[in-house]
Design a protein around this ligand. Structure first.
Ligand SMILES: Cc1ncc(C[n+]2csc(CCOP(=O)(O)OP(=O)(O)O)c2C)c(N)n1
Ligand code: SF4
Ligand SMILES: [Mg+2]
Length: 302
């Protein structure tokens, strides 16, 4: 089957993302899926630079720059304002990095999700605070080097389980997506657009600069993150109760994902084997959630 992406380009070609920037590729697909009736809220992150200094812009839709910690509450306020003006068509999307989502903005996000604000919140995950020079976030994977987890003290803590946290908020739609699977990404954003309430999409977005990776390997790394079970593609519906996991891929070794990335260069074969075991445990945990999923007819509309 040949897949064609939507034709409408909302990201201009002259943006200032680095070569191979997964965050830039992912917003391109995202806005192609959402269309022009979209308002984007951007807290401090790489994307608050990539979109260009006012009055220049790399997006053909309105952008609202906000503080690092306030993406979700700003989006909720804008949505309320649009509704007061009678505009029920425009979707408001918060577009935040992992630092602005997993760490700094989690309080505003949790508040908005608990109130089930009618917003789409997208976290593009490049697994560190990249805009300020590659500092560790709670999304940085175990084993990784960053400037605040130098080789002698590489990151020992696992990545925060953000999808579980969002599922605990009983919101109508949660998904993960990847720049390596644009068709799946576009379908998930289209689905999210059609739903009312808080929707959360977590997009895996490789960062060649911060991962010490050749830019041309960006998409291939995103694909291998899925096929080596590091970043499962999931959808969580029924107000956080029903998990669906994509399993239709040929598994690839974790070391094939780790080896091309300079941020993992210090790891020994034993450490890589141990990380692989940890990844397998996480994968089994996600599958167990799928097996435990329940559907209660009508619950999602209450
Ligand atoms: C309250 C506050 N603390 C720190 C900063 C500095 N700051 C700006 S962007 C950024 C990193 C953002 O990381 P992330 O959200 O992961 O996005 P990325 O840069 O990786 O795209 C930091 C620490 C800030 N602007 N505001
Ligand atoms: S530092 Fe990373 S996320 Fe930021 S623009 Fe460059 S490639 Fe993209
Ligand atoms: Mg980041």
């Amino acid at each position: 089957m040949r897949y064609e992406l939507p034709q409408e380009e909302i990201l201009y070609s002259g943006h200032i993302g680095c070569p191979g920037c997964g965050a830039s590729l992912s917003i391109r697909y995202t806005l192609q899926a959402l269309g022009k009736k979209t308002m984007v809220v951007i807290p401090a992150c790489c994307w608050s630079v990539i979109d260009g200094p006012f009055p220049h812009t790399s997006l053909r839709v309105p952008i609202f720059h906000t503080t690092f910690e306030a993406a979700a509450s700003t989006a909720a306020g804008l949505k309320a304002g649009l509704e007061m003006r009678g505009d029920t068509e425009t979707i408001v999307m918060a577009w935040a990095g992992d630092g602005g989502t997993f760490d700094i903005g989690i309080q505003a996000l949790s508040g908005a999700a608990e109130r089930n604000e009618d917003i789409l919140y997208c976290c593009y995950d490049n697994e560190a605070y990249m805009n300020t020079g590659i500092q560790r976030s709670s999304s940085t994977p175990i084993g990784a080097w960053t400037t605040t987890t130098p080789v002698a003290h590489y990151k020992k803590r696992p990545k925060k389980k953000m999808i579980d946290i969002m599922a605990a908020h009983s919101i109508p739609y949660i998904a993960t997506a990847s720049v390596a699977y644009p068709q799946d990404l576009v379908e998930k954003f289209r689905k999210a657009r059609s739903i009312t309430g808080t929707r959360f999409i977590h997009v895996f977005a490789p960062c060649p600069t911060g991962w010490k990776l050749a830019p041309e390997l960006s998409v291939s790394m995103a694909r291998q993150a899925v096929t080596s079970k590091i970043f499962p593609l999931v959808e969580v519906t029924e107000n956080g109760r029903k998990w669906q996991v994509w399993k239709d891929f040929i598994p690839t070794p974790v070391k094939d994902y780790i080896k091309p990335q300079g941020r993992f260069r210090h790891l020994t074969d034993e450490e890589i084997a141990w990380i692989e075991e940890e990844i397998e445990r996480n994968w089994q945990e996600v599958l167990a959630k799928e097996n435990l999923s329940i559907t209660i007819p009508g619950l999602e509309t209450r």
